[in-house]
Design a binder for this molecule. Structure first.
Ligand SMILES: Nc1ncnc2c1ncn2[C@@H]1O[C@H](COP(=O)(O)OP(=O)(O)O)[C@@H](O)[C@H]1O
Ligand SMILES: [Mg+2]
Length: 585
């Protein structure tokens, strides 16, 4: 329990900036609930004093009071409603921003652990649930408790015998709500899981349309969706049945209790122990007493269910990025671009080393190629240079500074990658290329596009540089996306430029042209290229050969050919492929 209270307290912090609105909202809620208790008294006076004495003045007074009360209550209600809506939307806004900010600050390892759909569920549904809890459920819970205590005091004062009799039904009501809420909570849990699954099916079914169409699995996907949705449909029906059953049962108990009281009360009226008006008032109050009792456990259960959402949000909010600025990290200003690996080992998952004891030294301004079979660790090595991950063992140095001692911002400014997967944002080409450097001018963008051999195809598009590329760039071919992704890396004007199989979907000739453009553009830059086409990297200053996460060979093309080992074999194989024409793309 204290754990749950702690979670609640953490979220109630979000109320602080709006404390006076929260206080006002509470006050209005309380006043509204107090005003709601006056009506039975009016009724009582009507019955006991106005009707028997035919008191016209009192009658008009009471009618006036009734109308005034109603208007006051309605006005306060609207104000309270507005405040509540305001707080709910505001805090929702704050929490969503905070969550997204956190999400953006986290390191890559966090994202590969969970599915996109789950992060999205947390950022939206879970946030809604929690905000609803702190702005609606909990205030209602508090006010309901106060109301109960007050009603109890009133009824005890008016007629303690009747009240105690009424309370004798409480255990029955308690049992009823106890069973119903337990059942409803379980159903609610299942519902949340099902909704999450449904979201995930929908998400994948839309993002995977290409594959679905290509394999003609539309019906299959619809069927999958149908099954899950259908399951949920019946769960909703069941939930309705359960809640209606117990709700009716609770109402029945309360009504029976009240009837029993009316009967007993009537007996007392006949005996002259109580006025008719008092009986009416007490009956209404006691019937109201049951309201909070029935509400109580529903609200409590709803808090319990929402706490699951709260825990999920906190889990994300509490994670610290694994890769972050070291205190005292230096801002590098004039980077030259030498890269040194010293006995670097790395694993994504414990006990599965992906890079093993890598040591090399790249002088600033060199052209370096990394080759190796798929899965040999090329991308991983590059991820380490850009510090997307930190190695478990060994040291990486840029310009002889340990990577960890360089501020993240200045490191990201000096290293720029055109990744294997050319992801584009669903914006214009101009915006996508400019993403690499917000200060770039239109001329810079065109210059970068020319270097990436993209200028011509861009001009052929309907809106040229202002063509929208569609979600993830899906209106362009992969080769076109790759060239834009290279332009985006170039425009950042980094000291270290990395192309990770960024030309894999281009023909050999275009690839060669891009490489020679880069050499002209980046004479003094360190350029690292990962490619499978050996013929285009013959002129590289240094070639690193990776095999199963180990650096097995290192040197320039001629040295490696002379070695007659791994590189030589890969080279011959590639040459053979090119001759057979398998490399035509
Ligand atoms: N995020 C990840 N989590 C776990 N394993 C990974 C991850 N990324 C890559 N790997 C594994 O690391 C190995 C090297 O991958 P990678 O560096 O992408 O190779 P390459 O770029 O040479 O094809 C592969 O066995 C791959 O399965
Ligand atoms: Mg790779």
């Amino acid at each position: 329990m204290p754990e749950k209270v702690k979670i609640l307290l953490r979220f109630s912090r979000y109320l602080w900036p709006y404390w006076w609105r929260v206080a006002l909202s509470f006050a209005l809620l309380g006043i509204g609930s107090l005003l709601g208790m006056v009506n039975p008294i009016i009724t009582k006076v009507m019955i006991d004093n106005v009707y028997p004495n035919k008191d016209m003045r009192l009658f008009l007074l009471l009618i006036g009071a009734g109308i005034g009360l109603y208007m006051l209550k309605t006005t306060l209600g609207i104000c309270q409603n507005y405040l509540n809506m305001y707080l709910n939307r505001r805090i929702n806004f704050d929490l969503r921003i905070k969550f997204y900010e956190k999400l953006q600050s986290l390191s890559l390892d966090f994202f590969s652990r969970r599915q996109t759909g789950e992060h999205m569920y947390r950022a939206t549904n879970d946030v809604d649930n929690v905000v609803g809890m702190i702005t609606n459920t909990i205030p209602t819970l508090i006010i309901t408790s106060l109301e109960f205590i007050l009603l109890l005091a009133i009824t005890l004062y008016l007629n303690w015998r009747l009240t105690l009799m009424a309370l004798s039904l409480v255990p029955l009501l308690y049992l009823n709500t106890h069973f119903s809420s337990r059942k409803l909570r379980d159903l609610n849990r299942i519902n949340q899981r099902q909704l999450s699954d449904i979201n995930s099916i929908l998400h994948q079914g839309i993002s995977g349309t290409r594959i679905i169409k290509a394999f003609r699995r539309e019906k299959y996907e619809v069927l999958r969706y149908y099954k899950k949705l259908h399951e949920n449909l019946h769960l909703q029906f069941k939930t309705w049945r359960v809640s209606t059953f117990y709700g009716t049962l609770g109402g029945l108990i309360a009504t029976m209790g009240t009837s029993w009281l009316v009967w007993f009360g009537w007996y007392q009226v006949l005996k002259g122990n109580m006025s008719l008006g008092s009986l009416m008032a007490v009956t209404v109050y006691i019937f109201r007493l049951y309201g909070p009792l029935q509400n109580y456990s529903n609200l409590y259960q709803s808090v319990l269910v929402t706490l699951v959402s709260a825990e999920r949000i906190l889990e994300t909010l509490d994670i610290e990025p694994t890769v972050r600025n070291t205190p005292g990290a230096k801002k590098l200003s004039h980077v030259r671009g030498s890269i040194k690996f010293s006995h670097v080992s790395f694993e994504y998952e414990r006990g599965k080393p992906v890079l093993k004891d890598i040591t090399f030294d790249i002088p600033a301004g060199s052209l370096v190629a990394i080759v190796g079979e798929s899965g040999s660790g090329k991308t991983t090595l590059i991820n380490l240079i850009a510090r997307l991950y930190d190695p478990q063992k060994g040291r990486i140095l840029i310009d002889n500074y340990p990577l960890k001692m360089i501020s993240m911002a200045s490191l990201r400014r000096c290293v720029s990658i055109a990744p294997q997967e050319p992801f584009l944002f669903g914006r214009t080409i101009m915006e996508n290329i400019k993403y690499g450097n917000r200060d770039a001018t239109e001329e810079d963008v065109i210059e970068a596009a020319k270097l990436a051999e993209a200028h011509e195809f861009i001009l052929n598009l309907p809106n040229g540089y202002y063509t929208d590329v569609g979600e993830g760039g899906n209106r362009l071919s992969r080769g076109q996306r790759q060239r834009l992704s290279i332009a985006r890396a170039i425009i950042a004007d980094p000291r270290i430029l990395i192309l990770d199989e960024a030309t894999s979907s281009l023909d050999a000739k275009t690839e060669r042209r891009i490489f020679s453009n880069l050499l002209l553009f980046g004479r003094d830059k360190t350029i690292i290229i990962v490619t499978h086409r050996f013929s285009n990297i013959i002129s590289a200053d240094m070639i690193l050969v990776l095999q199963d996460g180990s650096l097995v060979e290192m040197g320039n093309h001629h040295e490696l050919i002379r070695n007659g080992s791994v590189y030589y074999r890969l080279y011959k194989l590639q040459l053979l492929k090119e001759q057979l024409g398998e490399d035509r793309l």
